[in-house]
Write a protein that binds this ligand. Sequence first.
Ligand code: ARG
Ligand code: ZN
Length: 873
Amino acid sequence: QTICLSDYKVPAYLVDQVDLRFELFEDGARVHSVLSVRRNPESSAGDEPLYLHGDSLVLESVALNGTPLAAGDFDDLGDALVVSSVPEAFELQVVTWIEPQNNTRLEGLYKSSGMFCTQCEAEGFRCITFYPDRPDVMARFRTRIEADRDAYPVLLSNGNPVAKGDLEGGRHYVTWEDPFPKPAYLFALVAGDLVEKKDTFTTCSGRSIDLRMYVEPRNAQKCDFALDALKRSMRWDEDVYGREYDLDIFMIVAVDDFNMGAMENKGLNIFNSSCVLASQETATDAAFQRIEAIVAHEYFHNWSGNRVTCRDWFQLSLKEGFTVFRDAQFSADMGSPTVKRIEDATLLRTAQFAEDAGPMAHPVRPASYMEISNFYTLTIYEKGAEVVRMIHNLLGESLFRQGSDLYFQRHDGQAVTTDDFVRAMEDASGRDLSQFRLWYEQAGTPALTVTDEFDEERCVYRLTVSQSVPDTPGQTGKKPQHIPFAVGLLGRDGQPLPLLFSAGSDDAPVDRVLELTEREHCFEFHGVSERPVPSLLRGFSAPVRVHYPWTREQLLFLMSHDPDGFNRWDAGQRLAVDVIQSLIVAPEAEVEPRLVDAYRSLLRNTGLDQALVAKMLQLPSEAYLIELSEQADVAAIHRAREAVLSHLATHLRDELLACYHRNSAQGDYQLTPESVARRSLRNTALGWLLHIGDQQGLVLAQEQLRSADNMTDRLGALRALVNSDFVEERTQALEGFYQAFREDPQVVELWFSVQAASVRAGQLPQITQLLEHEAFDWKNPNKVRSVIGAFASQNLAAFHNPDGSGYAFLATQVCRLDDSNPQIASRLVTPLTRWRKFAPEYRVLMKSALERVRDKDRLSGDVYEVVHKSLAD
Ligand code: ARG
Ligand code: ZN
């Protein structure tokens, strides 16, 4: 069943107040709900029946204004409760019975290692009780939780605790009240035997906020970093957006079984353990950074998401795109802005571009969907954030801030649309963003083709840029978009040249954002005395592909001279892609010697920002190389990339060893950008040395594994060993590592994924063994992702085994998971849906694996949508 944006109608009934009482037991939970309902004055629906969503509920009783309803007065349709002929305003009392202990979908109320917790976004609240489960119905919630006192001493919900006490039979209760009206998707409940970590934050207006983190006792030592990140986020949102926290208490809970990363429930954020718990011994630098970003993201939602929420789920990017943009700004401020930009652009170009070119391509504001869970995508989140970033760049810092102030002020307490967001930006800035709105409506990645000419006599340099937006499923013949295109020009000696639009004017900038609005644009720069090298799309100023016939000469030049750090990195990537691609075509050809020289000077360059150097040393991933090809031949791509890697490592052995040692003396573990860069550099060097079977590298790796005082270095050494041909040593290392960390689920997940993502340690028979490992758990999404997900999306040469075994394996696991957790199954199937991207011999096998999934009995709606859309022609 397809749901369309064009069918949107305001709700026929509004809910002002929700009173909930949860009786939690081991064999189930009884939910008493009292709704204060009234007809919506804005609705033209007349005396339509009251329609309440429900899913997997056992209805025990229903009463209207205290009078039990007779069987003829309502319909329990299974997925809805419909009450005909209701008065203008009334109270509805509903009692339902649910079984959290058997809830393997992890939507609604469920149990995770002994504790009760909830996940209601997008449509999980209907698994708890009957309710108009749509974000434009906003109500005040009062929640009383009753449970056994010993097993569940901690009882939490949104807002402030207002009452508590003992009950008969060793039970107790706590009542919570949330003064802010909210959609049901922001409801949360937690009950468990948890330890509490406390802190406080004083807001800009001097209010003192109680900060609390609740975790299982074994994780008590892993909370400090998240609490500190929370305080940094709270301060930052005040400083940069003028947003002050609004309740007196803010809580974070960590749970092991969670479908996504985290959830911004009002005043009670719930996190996947792996996205919030950290210590030096167990978390990598990347994990620390991810945790800081996610803590900030969920906190920022309090304004961009909760105070101002979405009218309907087509507007999901309203809160997600904006909030990802905000958390990216925050991370840039906390660490290295260039590195953050490189990471975001890499994810976008590798995974979002692939999504936008695949069968599930959809606009940032989709026009239709079947299952909303399938639309928590890179397009909604990451491309949505890029769209907000472009508005930021077009308006500039100060007008953007005025726009966001206006947005929050105008829409506080409302459920609104992406269009309302853009309108606030327009109204505050006086800019016309009507063409810009196409970014929300048109799917597909715009492609820019750039050509240039130099008129030596007139000293005129001409850039011609044409844009086209590709067709996507259901959308053809697209209009040109409004694209901010940041450029600079470099002179022969590396000096930036002024960008003068007409002869005569002085002090021209050396950096400009050209605004593309036509299908083709021509820009003339005057007073250019020599043929420049163009630096295009600086800072990745728009989520587009750029085609320009760069020579290797030019790329090498930009790689060492471009003052824009992002483009410096990008030039290196383009050069490496070009070299690898020429080896795909001609496997016996020589590796470009100038690439070796370029990497040599990078390895020796201690003057340049070492965080940038660390990024520049990473070769483009196989996934990115696949994304760039028309008909990907995975084996050829893998072979070519490995050959370049071996060639570089062999010719740069001395420099790698020097780099390793130079970055080894570190003293105490620190999380500064400089020390993160040092660890990254030395682990990259180690990886390359082991890749070519270097004996000295082996000794260093084993020593590092033994003596490291942090997980980044320990895992770096393990990964290097796992990706080497030292079979015995890597087996030993894996065994030792597991024995040392078997009690820690987050580290065990790292241990799984390092193997599953490795072409050497993660061939299918080994993957099958991992699924049988004592630490593997089908019910835990993190474990599933760390083995099956890592295999199918990172271990590409093994997954795309030409015999089709990888595909068949994935199809089997997807079918298995579809019965217990459809959301996870639907995400896991993604790699198969990209079958059209591959060379014919792969394509056939991928397609038939997909057809096997399609033909499974009782396929979930989640997987149905993805599989059918990707098989449609
Ligand atoms: N709103 C959450 C976040 O981005 C994501 C929750 C999505 N959950 C889901 N089941 N689709 O922070
Ligand atoms: Zn979010």
